[in-house]
Design a protein around this ligand. Structure first.
Ligand code: ARG
Length: 568
């Protein structure tokens, strides 16, 4: 039951000056809880009725006949305040959670809508470092959130697998590469020869010419060039898939930059015939000065294509192929201008769907001193951070709960979950500094704290022998008349709303914060209310809350990409 809708329906029977939708949009949660559970401000009606809002609120209150869903309705300073009938409210919400189970909180707002979420988009032959956690996890979470709301989603990893750097890598490999050595540790070894290329090219600029020639060969599908490039790509993907496996991240498509190489001529022709590009010193650019932006480089002097051009081709392809309603890019704020530029160019090309291309940007992640041993300037591999988190969790488990069954698996779920949760708990636009120690804490606002609360709920249900469904008709909801119970149920009722807000703002942290608040309030409830008591009615009613909380924590954790072990 959606109380906002119920209130709006009731009000619209008595208000003609506003449409049902307008009324619905005005129904709010009062800031002060003493003012009731919902409020309706009457100020917008003053002009239509030529009456003071205070008087309108009073008249409306009289018109609303008593209704079983409200304890009372009051008129205060131009607001109508609704206090829900507690027993009715608790019964409605718990019944919904317990009968809908894992579907509770879903909605149909995304039905028939296609959304592309592009995320992670790491670069071949380069480290998958700690900085990549942001795009990877914000994107994976948004993908899960959109899916949960009924959208048809496509998760794309726009791999950085093209560009002149691959010409350099081919030259470096032919000069100093050793297949066995590279296979044993692909990313580090490929990086080593790439760095060596740069150092030597400073003395021998002819290396750069060779590299350009090899990239041109690659663009022209030269057999040897393609073979080497494919090898680099496959070796890198093997390493990346290990990291995605640890994180539980999956994609529907790995169409990276190279995928668009044969779509480049088409986009260039279109830009030329629409007179959007102009020649500039042998290259082609789009003048964006009228829009307050520097020019966008579309082709280089030697005719080779660029990152920008590939993004134009990719967007056009995605529109043609998927016909998206929304095309989301989870990419750091450092590329803000790049996205503004190419989305502007799509607009100049006459495509109204430029509005549906959304750059979901995020701030930087840094590492708190001492939290990971790293020499200055060296990148920190994400896989190493995850392994360290798993190891430390393992030793905590060995100390606190050495007989736990499946403890290796739990260590992975909790260790990785801790890192992921800290990432998503911060608002994405903020920079943050990562600390492994804080992340792994079982107290405070952390992943392990929420997972532990879930395991605690599971343990209570096991002890009560009620891991199976609880029969709703046997629950006496009047037994749940304390404040802690009411607060837990109030939060459960707001689950869908927090998901909808998260998807609207592209902010998984709304759900991360929601689930921490739910866990905190559940622990308060658990502390105040003994559950396994002799009074069967009280026990069953309290177990209903435990079960409902277990369902919603597990569901919310999934949306922020954490697993929910039943024992820890
Ligand atoms: N591979 C790029 C990088 O690491 C990110 C790609 C972002 N996505 C895009 N469509 N441009 O910087």
């Amino acid at each position: 039951m959606d109380y906002k809708i119920a209130i709006a329906k009731l009000l619209s029977e008595h208000i003609e000056a506003l449409s049902y939708e307008e009324i619905l949009n005005l129904v709010e949660h009062p800031k002060n809880k003493d003012m009731g559970d919902f409020a309706f401000p009457c100020f917008k009606l003053a002009q239509a009725y030529r009456k003071a809002p205070v008087k309108i609120a009073e008249d409306l209150k009289l018109a609303l006949a008593s209704n079983e869903i409200f304890e009372n309705v009051t008129a205060v300073s131009g607001f109508l305040n609704f206090t829900l009938n507690q027993e009715h409210f608790i019964k409605t919400i718990l019944t919904e959670v317990l009968t809908q189970g894992a579907d509770y909180g879903k909605s149909t707002i995304g039905e028939q809508k296609k959304v592309i979420v592009e995320y992670s988009s790491v670069n071949i032959a380069k480290p998958f470092h700690m900085g990549h956690i942001r795009s990877t996890m914000i994107g994976e979470s948004l993908n899960r959130i959109y899916k949960f709301l009924g959208y048809d989603t496509v998760a794309i990893n726009h791999l950085g697998d093209y560009g002149t750097q691959f010409g350099k890598l081919i030259v470096a490999y032919k000069l100093w590469g050793n297949k066995e050595v590279i296979e044993a540790d692909p990313i580090n070894e490929l990086l080593k020869i790439y760095v060596r290329f740069h150092n030597e090219a400073e003395e021998k600029p002819e290396l750069d010419d060779e590299a350009r020639a090899w990239f041109t060969k690659l663009e022209n599908s030269d057999e040897e060039a393609v073979e080497l490039w494919t090898m680099f790509k496959e070796m890198s993907l093997k390493v990346f898939d290990r990291v995605y496996g640890l994180l539980g991240v999956t994609f529907d498509s790995y169409a990276g930059e190279s995928f668009y190489s044969d779509k480049m001529p088409g986009i260039l022709t279109e830009l030329r015939t629409k007179h959007i590009v102009q020649k500039s010193e042998g290259a082609e650019i789009v003048d964006l000065e009228p829009y307050g932006m520097p020019p966008a480089l579309i082709t280089k002097k030697d005719g080779s294509s660029l990152y920008m051009t590939r993004d134009l081709a990719a967007a056009k392809f995605r529109k043609d192929y998927y016909n998206f309603d929304k095309n989301i890019y989870v990419v750091g704020s450092a590329q803000k201008l790049h996205f503004q530029q190419w989305i502007k160019i799509i607009e100049l090309m006459g495509y109204a769907w430029h509005k549906d291309c959304i750059h979901v940007e995020f701030g930087m992640v840094s590492l708190e001193e001492g939290s990971l041993s790293t020499r200055k300037g060296q990148v920190v591999f994400l896989e190493d951070v995850l392994q360290k988190a798993i190891e430390q969790t393992q030793s905590i488990i060995n100390e606190k709960n050495p007989n736990l069954v499946g403890k290796e698996e739990v260590a992975r779920q909790v260790g990785v979950g801790a890192v992921v949760f800290q990432e998503l708990y911060t608002s994405r636009t903020k920079d943050y500094s990562f600390s492994l120690e804080k992340t792994l804490s079982f107290d405070g606002e952390t992943g392990p704290y929420v997972q532990y609360t879930h395991a605690r709920a599971c343990s209570v249900l096991r002890k009560a022998g009620s891991t199976e469904a609880i029969e709703i008709s046997k629950i006496d909801f009047s037994k749940l008349d304390d404040e802690a119970s009411k607060e837990v149920v109030r939060l459960l009722s707001k689950y869908n709303e927090s998901i909808v807000i998260a998807h609207r703002n592209y902010e998984p942290h709304t759900i991360a914060r929601f689930v921490v608040e739910l866990a905190q309030n559940f622990n308060r409830f658990y502390h105040d209310n003994p559950i396994l008591v002799d009074d069967e009615n009280v026990k069953t009613a309290r177990l209903a809350i435990v079960k409902a909380v277990k369902i919603v924590i597990e569901s919310a954790l999934h949306l922020v990409c954490l697993e929910a072990p039943e024992q820890m």
